[in-house]
Design a protein around this ligand. Sequence first.
Ligand code: ZN
Length: 202
Amino acid sequence: MKIFCIGRNYVAHAKELKNDLPTNPIIFMKPSTAMLIDEKPFYHPEFSTNIHFELELVLKISKNGKHISEKFANDYYQEIGLGIDFTARDLQNDLKEKGLPWELAKSFDNSAVVGKFLDKKTMDEANIGFSLLQNGQIKQDGTSRDLIFSFNDLIVYISKYFTLQKGDLIYTGTPAGVGKVNVGDVLEGFIGEQKLLHCEVK
Ligand code: ZN
């Protein structure tokens, strides 16, 4: 399986990191070894002093496809959930400055927290409200309404280059409010009132 992630898919987040707005989706990938499942704790790695949380809506691909057209894109996922795209911001800033790939900052072990998924039929896909609490305090509060590239746009774009396979995940980008995690933190993710993600930092 593959994990696709989208960079700068919310205007306010692109601005908080002082980035230009993209004209096409910005795609990067994480390997399957990045997955952190079953509410296991995240052990803060030693190679970074500035790991950021990025809470994101995640699409779970439900069937194989390539060159998927806009008209059929919505058939390729049935479940939407939450994930955290942990990012070593210090490494990423250094890599960005040098024009180098982001993998060391984005794709390390356990950098993709995978929460629970919900049947998309239970939601209004055009307006899914989601939020991240750090130690009980709201830090991120986003809605799919603010996506620059919609879920269907992403399926169309990614499948031009990569075959989507059942079980692949697409992290659709983070809203504003990203921040540093510290050892001892409890991170919780919600869609509406439903808690779908829990992660302790150790
Ligand atoms: Zn992200």
